[in-house]
Design a protein around this ligand. Sequence first.
Ligand SMILES: CC(C)(COP(=O)(O)OP(=O)(O)OC[C@H]1O[C@@H](n2cnc3c(N)ncnc32)[C@H](O)[C@@H]1OP(=O)(O)O)[C@@H](O)C(=O)NCCC(=O)NCCS
Length: 266
Amino acid sequence: MQSMALTFHPKSASKMHVYIRTLTINDLDKVIELENASFPEAERGTPEKFKYRLTVCGELCHGLFTMTKPHPDTPKGVSDFKPKEILIAMIIGSKTDAALVTDASMRVPSNTINLTSESALDSASHTKDDDDSQNKQPTASAGSSTQADASSSALQPLKVSKPVPDREGHVEAGDTICIHSMCVASSYRGMGHSQILLKDYISRMRDAGVSKRIALICHREITGVYTKAGFRYRGTSKVTHGGGDWVDMTYEFSGPPGKATFRRQG
Ligand SMILES: CC(C)(COP(=O)(O)OP(=O)(O)OC[C@H]1O[C@@H](n2cnc3c(N)ncnc32)[C@H](O)[C@@H]1OP(=O)(O)O)[C@@H](O)C(=O)NCCC(=O)NCCS
C-alpha cells in the first residue's frame, strides 16, 4: 500500500504531517509498545498475536505515522539528522468466516508452530479451497532438520474433513474483517486521529472488495468513537477475552452508506 499524505484534522493543534501505511513485521516493536501503553494487561494482544497478524495478514494492519523533524535552528546541509517514524495510531485486523469478532478469531491457530518460517505463513493464509488438499498431505514428523521437513512441519495440516465455521486465527476467505486492536498514542489523543485512521481503513477495505463487513468489539463507553465513523451497535458480544463485557459493532459494506467519508491528498 502506498502511503498517503493526509489533510489536517480541524482539532489537530500541532498541524503535523501524518501519513498512513500498511504495517509489516518490521514494525513489530513499535506495535507492541503502542498496544502495551494503550490497554490494560488483561486486554492486550500478546506479542505472538502481533507477530502472527503482521506476517499472515499485514495488509489488514494499518498505521498512522508522523516523522521526527530536525530542530528548526539546524543549518541546512550540515545536519546528519535522520528522521524516524513515530507510530501515532494503529488498526490491527484479520479475517474470519464468522459474522462478528469471536474468541477463535482472536487466537493464533494452535497448529502454528514457527512464525518465522515462510512456508508456515503461506500455509497459515490458506483459503477454504485449500483445506482439502492440505488434508491429503501427510503429517510431518517432529524434530526434522532439513528445509523441506521444516516446511511441512512448520504448520500441521488442519485435521478436518470439511470447513469448520469460526476457525481460529486469520481465515483468508472469510467475509468479515475483524479489528483486534485500535489505539492512539496517549500524547496524540483528542485530535481526531482515530477518525482519520478508521475512515481511511473503511475506505480502503471497501475499495479492495475483500469482505462484506468490518467487525470489532469494544467497551460500551467507547462505542461513540466507532458510531462516529459509521459503525453500528450489534448488541452484547459473546467474546470472553480480557474478562468479557464487550459489545459488537459492525460496518456493513452492503448497507446504506455510512458516515465515513475521507478526503485524501496526493
Ligand atoms: C479510544 C481512542 C482510540 C480514541 O482516539 P482519539 O484519536 O483520541 O479519538 P478522536 O480524537 O478521533 O475522537 C473521536 C471521537 O470519539 C470520542 N472519543 C474519543 N475518545 C473517547 C473515549 N475514550 N471514550 C468515549 N469517546 C471517546 C471523542 O469525543 C470524539 O468525538 P467528538 O469529535 O464528537 O468529540 C484512544 O483514546 C485510545 O487509543 N484509547 C486507548 C485504547 C482504546 O481504548 N482503544 C479502543 C479499543 S475498543
